[in-house]
Structures are given as C-alpha cells and as structure tokens.
Write a protein that binds this ligand. Structure first.
Ligand SMILES: C[S@@+](CC[C@H](N)C(=O)[O-])C[C@H]1O[C@@H](n2cnc3c(N)ncnc32)[C@H](O)[C@@H]1O
Length: 238
C-alpha cells in the first residue's frame, strides 16, 4: 500500500539546481518577452557597485502574470533598489494604478529613474525615501487604508520580513497577494549552518524562521516557488 504519511518529493530534486535548465528557461521564454525598457534598466544597473541585485527576470515574469491576473491597481513595493521590480509593476498595472515604493537608498533609485520616466509610468509611483516599517505603520494608523491594496512585493531586509508581513496582511485586501523574494536565500535554507558562509548565516536564520512562521499562517494560502532565489506567494483569505 502507498505510504501516504510520507509525501513524495520532486522526482528529480537536482533539476531545481540545474544552471542549464535556468539558462534554457531564460533564453526560451523570459529574455525574449522581457520589455526592452526593463532590459535597459537591468543593463544600467550592472554598473552599480553591488552589481545587479534586482529581482531576477524570471521572477519578474511571474510577478507580471500575477499583477495581470489580479488586475492590480494599488500596490506596495518594499525594497526598490534601482527599480527593476518597481518598473515591472508599473508596466503591468493600469494607467491610474498607484504604487507606494519604499527604500532608504534614493541613490540607487536614481539610477533607474530615467527608465521609469522614459516608460511614462512615473505618475503611478509614490517613492518614499525611508525604511519601510514606519511608513507601513503610518498607513495603518488610518483604518481607511486597511484591506485596500491589491498586491505587495517584499524584497528588502530579511530580518524584517515577519514585521512586514504582520503589517501587509492587514493592508492587503482579501484575495490580494503579498509576494516575498529570496525565501530560499541562495539555497542556504536547505544547508546545515556550518556549510553556509559567515555573512549569509544571520539572514539565513531569519529566512528559516520566516518560512516556518508563514507556512503556519492560517490567514493566507501560499505557494513556495523555487524560482530565482525563492518566491513565496501569499493570498490573503481572511
Ligand atoms: C535586493 S534589493 C531590491 C531589489 C528590487 N526589488 C529590484 O528589483 O531592483 C534590496 C533593497 O532593500 C532596501 N532596503 C534595505 N533595508 C530596507 C528597509 N528597512 N526598508 C526598505 N527597503 C530596505 C535596500 O536599500 C535595497 O535597495
């Protein structure tokens, strides 16, 4: 008899790690369909001292699909950097869409700003040069903001992911989506701590705690997607 207490794993777990497969996906369906202006922003960002640490284009493609499926109009972006995911969100929301974009690093945002302007989507963006938490708290001080956002994307300091979650789950409407990037943290979540480089250990611990807590959150349905550096997609259900 089939052992139902032991869920089946992927028939080929190694497939998740195959660089060749990722290259195939990117070259077959991601890069050819990526908006030219996003490519331009991505290329401009490679000159940043930290290189391109923006959202990976395959994650972007999935985000675009989610935004369109939701017909998202009102969104929040936590962690802008040079604005790849921000521009992508702006391109995939209607003309009267609104995005509250939060990041204390305005210098990085200014690298992407010319591309946002060129795409004629700046009018949708309310960029606030600030750490995200105080702004989210301020939004929640006005009960009129609760349950009004369609979509939020979090790609910032991992130590605050649960703090963001506790606020975003109230700001997002029932049926809306909050997506968290980097929830596989370079694959380190599946490694013993000893095998993880020292600089990655602290955020690995936060990511592990976040993944465990969110998996138990009954206010949402979720999918933990092995794409890019890991994307956890949560749909608020209550
Ligand atoms: C990985 S980057 C974001 C990439 C962005 N999603 C993109 O596609 O280009 C992380 C960003 O989080 C920002 N960040 C760090 N701490 C933050 C905080 N407390 N609140 C908001 N943003 C923060 C950093 O300044 C950095 O720009």
């Amino acid at each position: 008899m089939e052992n139902i207490s032991k869920p089946a794993v992927s028939p080929n777990p190694m497939i998740l790690k195959s660089e060749g497969l990722l290259k195939y996906i990117l070259e077959t369906s991601v890069y050819p369909r990526e908006a030219e202006i996003l490519k331009e922003l991505r290329n401009a960002t490679t000159n940043h001292p930290l290189g391109f640490m923006g959202t990976s284009p395959d994650v972007g493609q999935l985000m675009a699909l989610l935004l369109k499926l939701l017909n998202a109009k009102k969104t929040i972006e936590v962690g802008v950097f040079t604005g790849y995911s921000l521009l992508l969100t702006a391109l995939n929301t209607p003309h009267d869409g609104k995005i509250i974009a939060l990041d204390p690093d305005r210098k990085a945002y200014e690298i992407g700003l010319p591309f946002i302007k060129k795409a004629s989507v700046l009018h949708k963006i309310d960029y606030i040069e600030s750490p995200a938490l105080p702004v989210l708290d301020k939004l929640l001080q006005d009960p009129a903001n609760e349950g009004t956002f369609d979509f939020a994307f979090v790609d910032a300091d991992k130590n605050n992911y649960w703090n963001y979650h506790e606020r975003l789950i109230k700001l997002i409407k029932i049926g809306g989506i909050v997506a968290y990037d980097n929830t596989l943290w370079g694959g380190t979540v599946a490694l013993p701590e000893m095998e993880v480089s020292e600089p990655k250990r602290e955020w690995r611990r936060f990511t592990l705690a976040f993944n465990e807590a969110i998996s138990k959150d009954s206010r949402l349905e979720l999918a933990f997607v092995s794409i890019g550096d890991g994307l956890t997609i949560c749909r608020r259900i209550r």
